[in-house]
Design a protein around this ligand. Structure first.
Ligand code: GLN
Length: 223
């Protein structure tokens, strides 16, 4: 499967993401710059984490208005898989590809630690390598990860299986409503998540619990 990684000024997890995709799929992703309006033929587009445009206005707000974003919206509409991690999740929400909002952490502090995630929906293109209800380890590093949605939106996403991961075992690091750590769109081809699975894919990282996400999205064997 072919993949692409979006690069924007201020993102800092792009190289980790490129390394993860290369190791797990066996081929390097293409990279896409902010001004590009055409995206090559790929099966998966990833917006990695970081601090695009210095997190000015709101995290992800400026990135969501860059030319490359319309190209991503068009690809998503055609069914191409789109994954946003951390700042990438914030960008997808700001671009209207995912419901809800990401607010300042309830502690008002940047959190950088390992948390636990429950796989709430293992029947998605991003999680099928995991078991339903499986609890995995994953690192987080953010200051605006406090997911919020109004009552109607929350009922809709919970009811339609769009909540894909929840913080588990009391490890919610940011005050997210319903312990929500990852949300997908109704069609199931766009996923946003605050934790960083690309930083837990091999022994050198101290574990490989994040590998299943990429194996699922890239359609390869997780091991
Ligand atoms: N690691 C990240 O992607 C951080 C996202 C965002 N800049 C925040 O701190 O909330």
């Amino acid at each position: 499967m072919k993949s692409a990684v979006v690069q924007l000024p201020g993102l800092n997890r792009d190289r980790d993401m490129i390394a993860a995709l290369t190791k797990i799929s066996g081929q390097a992703p293409v990279t896409i710059w902010q001004t590009e309006t055409e995206i090559p033929d790929v099966d998966l587009i990833v917006i990695p984490g970081g601090f695009s445009y210095g997190d000015y206005l709101r995290c992800g707000a400026i990135a969501a208005r860059m030319p490359v974003m319309q190209a991503i919206i068009d690809k998503a509409a055609k069914g191409v898989k789109v994954l946003g991690v951390c700042n990438g999740f914030q960008i997808l929400v700001e671009a209207g590809l995912l419901p809800g909002a990401l607010m300042r952490n309830s502690s008002l502090k940047f959190v950088c630690r390992e948390i636990k995630l429950e796989v709430v929906n293992a029947e998605t293109d991003f999680t099928r390598a995991y078991a339903q209800g499986q609890v995995i380890r994953c690192p987080v590093a953010h200051h605006d990860g406090n997911y919020f949605a109004d009552d109607a939106t929350l009922a809709a996403i919970e009811g339609k299986g769009q909540v894909v991961f929840r913080y588990a075992e009391g490890t919610n690091p940011n005050g997210s409503i319903n312990d929500i750590a990852a949300v997908m769109n109704e069609k199931g081809n766009v996923l946003g998540m605050m934790p960083h699975p690309e930083n837990l894919i091999e022994a050198a990282h101290g574990g490989s619990d994040g590998r299943g996400l990429f194996a699922s999205a890239l359609d390869v064997i997780a091991a």
